[in-house]
Design a binder for this molecule. Structure first.
Ligand SMILES: NC(=O)c1ccc[n+]([C@@H]2O[C@H](COP(=O)([O-])OP(=O)(O)OC[C@H]3O[C@@H](n4cnc5c(N)ncnc54)[C@H](O)[C@@H]3O)[C@@H](O)[C@H]2O)c1
Length: 325
């Protein structure tokens, strides 16, 4: 793996931080690209030595020439494209959302093409799909018709279709992964961050309200990172889009499991709110590419996260402001 050079966009985000951690642990060369170089989230999960092994770069992915120049000049061989604006940000500023999420992704394909790369991995989203009521075949497979109900979801579908055209016209293959409810240390923004925050609140002894109910598909950020690396390493000659699955669980069940570990936890949830996407997702496509899909059992992941949050709280290294809603 040492001969590969990975470009991770959106590297200061939650998933990006975990991708960097795994790349550094594999002794791989990692270029972290984001709007700044202050590794606030990576510092939550990486030590100083690991932080020092990463090449931190400022990159605005909407800047076509800058993206192409970084990929070419740094000798990038693998792209893990994660940079994006989440649902609330796209809703608040649709033109910026389209520029970052759509144009930014086109730029990554242009850079891969210009540098002669065979394929890349990028983040799509469960939000490319519609509500459960839009589907009548279960589990919902990778080939189920997209039916986005948010601008963010529309932009992600545009990315998936962009990827198909690059594969057909230019031979740049890809895997677009559709994370669902990603939880883990570093997950602190977006509505589905409530599950990671609930674990933090339980450790900190603070009350917390999860704004969702119903049944949710959850993936641990560390597992998601390993999925992205595996898909970036796969030399694809086509454009694939892959659902993720891992833990499919009701919100009350999640809270009960958390309460088993932290009997004094004061976590509530929204009983009236159904999760707005299907939870019963098929991940056969991902299994086909990766073989084994990384999956830390929920109970183990809660314990791991709790230990990391405890350590961060003891060292005063995590901001509890994020628990205010
Ligand atoms: N976390 C989830 O549950 C989830 C679910 C579905 C899809 N996804 C997708 O996975 C990807 C990563 O998710 P995350 O949770 O790590 O997101 P995040 O919001 O934590 O991080 C996104 C990063 O992108 C960066 N970014 C924004 N605009 C940029 C620009 N113009 N140029 C360069 N960087 C820019 C931000 O600074 C941020 O560090 C995103 O594309 C997201 O849409 C995440």
């Amino acid at each position: 793996m040492q001969c590969e050079t990975y470009l991770v966009t959106g590297a200061l985000g939650c998933i990006g931080a975990w991708v960097l951690k795994h790349l550094v642990e594999r002794n791989a060369k990692a270029i972290a690209a984001d709007l700044n170089t202050d590794p606030v989230r990576p510092r939550l999960i990486m030590d100083d030595g690991q932080i020092g092994q990463v090449d931190w770069q400022v990159l605005d992915i909407t800047d076509t020439e800058a993206v192409k120049a970084l990929v070419a000049e740094a000798g990038v061989t693998r792209i893990i494209h994660l940079a994006g604006l989440q649902i609330p940000f796209c809703k608040a500023n649709p033109p910026l959302g389209a520029a970052v999420n759509v144009v930014g992704t086109v730029n990554m394909f242009e850079a891969a093409l210009a540098s002669g790369m065979s394929s890349l991995a990028y983040a799509s989203s469960l939000a490319a799909l519609g509500p459960s009521s839009a589907y009548d075949s279960w589990p919902v497979g990778d080939d189920a018709a997209p039916d986005p109900r948010t601008l963010y979801g529309v932009y992600k579908v545009a990315n998936e279709q962009t990827a198909s055209v690059y594969a057909a016209d230019s031979g740049v293959g890809s895997v677009g992964l559709r994370p669902c409810v990603v939880y883990g240390v570093g997950r602190d923004q977006g509505v589905t961050a409530d599950f990671a925050k609930a674990i933090l609140a339980a450790v900190a002894g603070m009350p917390f309200h999860i704004r969702s109910g119903g049944i949710i598909p959850m993936q641990h950020a560390s597992d998601v990172a390993r999925m992205f690396i595996g898909c970036a390493d796969a030399d694809m000659d086509e454009a694939r889009v892959c659902n993720m699955r891992n833990d499919v669980i009701s919100v009350p069940d999640f809270v009960e499991r958390l309460t088993t570990v932290f009997p004094d936890a004061r976590i509530t949830y929204n009983v009236d709110e159904e999760f707005p996407f299907p939870a019963d997702l098929g991940d056969e496509g991902l299994k086909e590419i990766l073989g084994d899909v990384p999956h830390t059992p929920l109970e183990d992941a809660i314990l791991q996260d709790a230990a990391m949050y405890r350590d961060l709280l003891d060292r005063d290294q995590i901001d509890l402001e994020q628990l205010k809603q």
